[in-house]
Design a protein around this ligand. Sequence first.
Ligand SMILES: Nc1nc2c(ncn2[C@@H]2O[C@H](COP(=O)(O)OP(=O)(O)OP(=O)(O)O)[C@@H](O)[C@H]2O)c(=O)[nH]1
Ligand SMILES: [Mg+2]
Length: 327
Amino acid sequence: MEFRITTILDADQLVDKAFLRASKKEKSGRNRIERTKNTVTVKLNTISKVLESTMKRYEKEFPSFESLPPFYQEVIDIMLDTDRLKKSLGALNWARRRIKRLLMETAREVAGSTDTDKMERLRKKAYARTVSFLKQISEDLEFLQEARTKLNSLPDIRTDIPTAVVAGYPNVGKSLLVSKISSGKPKVAIYPFTTQEVGIGHFMVEGLKCQLIDTPGLLDRPADERNDIERQAVSAIRTLAEIIIFVYDPSGTCGYPLEAQEALADEIKDTFNHLEIMEVENKSDLMVGDSDRLKVSAITGDNLDTLKQRLFGKIKRLYREKAEEMF
Ligand SMILES: Nc1nc2c(ncn2[C@@H]2O[C@H](COP(=O)(O)OP(=O)(O)OP(=O)(O)O)[C@@H](O)[C@H]2O)c(=O)[nH]1
Ligand SMILES: [Mg+2]
C-alpha cells in the first residue's frame, strides 16, 4: 500500500489561503446596509468553506492507525510518535469545529444587525478568533506535515499476498537472487529504518502474485548487533513474511566463514520460528559445499529453476492450508 497524503499547510498558510479567497468576495445590495451585510456574510462563509474543506481533507487522508495492516502499524510506530499523531489529529478536529461554529454564529449576528460599523467589527473579531484557533494548533499542523512526509515515503509493500523475505550475510548474493527470481526488475525503496535500498520483486505462481523482499542491513548480521529500531523492524517483518529464504555463500568470497553464516541461520530460524525457512547455497559456480542444502548459482542460473519450483510449491501449500482453514 502507498500513502498519498497531500501537503499540510501551516497555520499562517491556512490563514492566507482562506483570507485571500475571502478578500476577493464582494456582494452588491440595494443600499449600503445590504451591501455591507451581503459582503461580510459572503466573506465569513468563504473562510468557513475553505477551512472546513481543507481541514476535513487532512483528517480524512490520515489513515486510522488501528485499521492498518500490522506491518504498517509496526513500521509507523518506529518512525513517529503515534500518540502524538492521534493528539494532533484530535486538535485539528477541535479547531475545525470551533471555527465553523464561530463563523456560523457571527454570520447569524451580522444577519440580525442593521449597523454597518457593527458588522465590520463582528467580521474583524471573527477573523482574529479564527487566526487564534489556527495558531493554537500550529505545532500540531507542523507535526502532521512531518508525519505526512514520512508516511508518503514508506515503501509500497503488499501485505495481502504471499511474501518471501531474503536473509543472509552481506555479499552472499541476495540481491542478485531476488532479481533472478522476480519477473520484472525489482523496485527499490528506502525503508525508514535502514539507510539502504530495499529490493521488492514480484513473481507469479499459477496466476497468483507473490512478493519477494530483500532487506539489506537487517537480516544480515547477528541479532545482538541490531539496535532497537532494527529489532522493531525485524518484528515488523515477522508480520509480513510467510517464507524466509536464507542464502549461504560456502565459497566464503562474501567475507564470512560458513560457521558464522550457520550461526546466523540458527538465529533467524529462532526469530522466525513460525515461518517456513528455505536454505540455499549460492555461488555454486565457485564452490559446491558438502551439505545437503540446495546449491544454486545466481550468476550462471544453475538450479534456479529448482529453487523456484520449491518456493512455488511451498507457496501453493500455504494457499491450500489457508483455504482449508476458511472452511
Ligand atoms: N561467482 C558468483 N558470484 C555471485 C553469485 N551471486 C552473486 N555473486 C556476486 O556476489 C556479490 C554480491 O552479490 P549481491 O547480490 O550484491 O549480494 P547481497 O547479498 O545482496 O549483498 P548485500 O546487499 O551487501 O547484503 C556480487 O559481486 C555478485 O556479482 C554467484 O552465484 N556466483
Ligand atoms: Mg543486496
